[in-house]
Design a protein around this ligand. Sequence first.
Ligand SMILES: Nc1ncnc2c1ncn2[C@@H]1O[C@H](COP(=O)(O)OP(=O)(O)OP(=O)(O)O)[C@@H](O)[C@H]1O
Length: 264
Amino acid sequence: MTVRAADPAAAGQRGHSPVVLRTSGLTWRVGGFTIVADVDLAVREGEFVSVIGPNGAGKSTLVNLLSGVHAPTAGRVELRGQDVTRRRPADRVRLGLGRTFQTSSLFPGLTVLENARLAAQARRGSLALWRRPSPTDAATRTAVQRLEEVGLAHRAGDLVALLPHGDKRKLEIAVVLCCDPAVLLLDEPTAGVSAEEVAPLVDVVRAVHARGRTVVMVEHHMELVTGLSDRIAVMHRGRLLLADSPEVVMADATVREAYLGVAP
Ligand SMILES: Nc1ncnc2c1ncn2[C@@H]1O[C@H](COP(=O)(O)OP(=O)(O)OP(=O)(O)O)[C@@H](O)[C@H]1O
């Protein structure tokens, strides 16, 4: 697959942007094992940071710590300068952290638009779900905009259960965007999608970032992240090995040996 290199000039400018998400000494232990160990990571506004690493490296656990699914054993998570370490996932969503999951979180019996609209309605604090949706109300307008953003407006009336898997992943992104997140956390967006659906999905992720959004994406496949990311954070056995530009990461001897099978 051809992937456009991240714009180095834009990435340089982001070096001066404020930090929106920061972890310090983030650690999670369970059953005598340290799953995430002492992770320090700062993500700047507008940045695209990918987190890669082999199976079991601790990537999903890191996302769970960022989004509040797990409470850390030690360390801290800051969102827009605010300590959210002990805040519940729903609070973090309200404070601007939106995430997708590896497994689908959609309502299969509702339409594409209904799924997006529910998220937009929840964001507006209106859970008067019994009210008849109107095509012109604010929640519907937001939902339609987000569906356009991910290229799904033409499927607005389709039942989610009937969508191809790649379109479900796009809809999950639209649903999170309906909550207007300051940081979008994507947990393996291409997991389970067919080979031909990967490129269109990557294009959606790229377009979402190009609109100025901050993205943190967990992904297995090195070849997908190099063209998208300003920085790649490499996890290994729960530790953050390095977080740097794709060029530096690709040239790193340990990374080349561990992930690309290239002898040093
Ligand atoms: N609740 C738990 N209890 C015990 N061990 C856990 C728990 N959650 C995760 N682990 C272990 O922690 C390690 C890291 O898991 P994690 O899912 O974060 O890795 P990952 O890098 O996301 O892997 P993958 O790419 O396969 O999704 C694994 O060895 C996993 O078995």
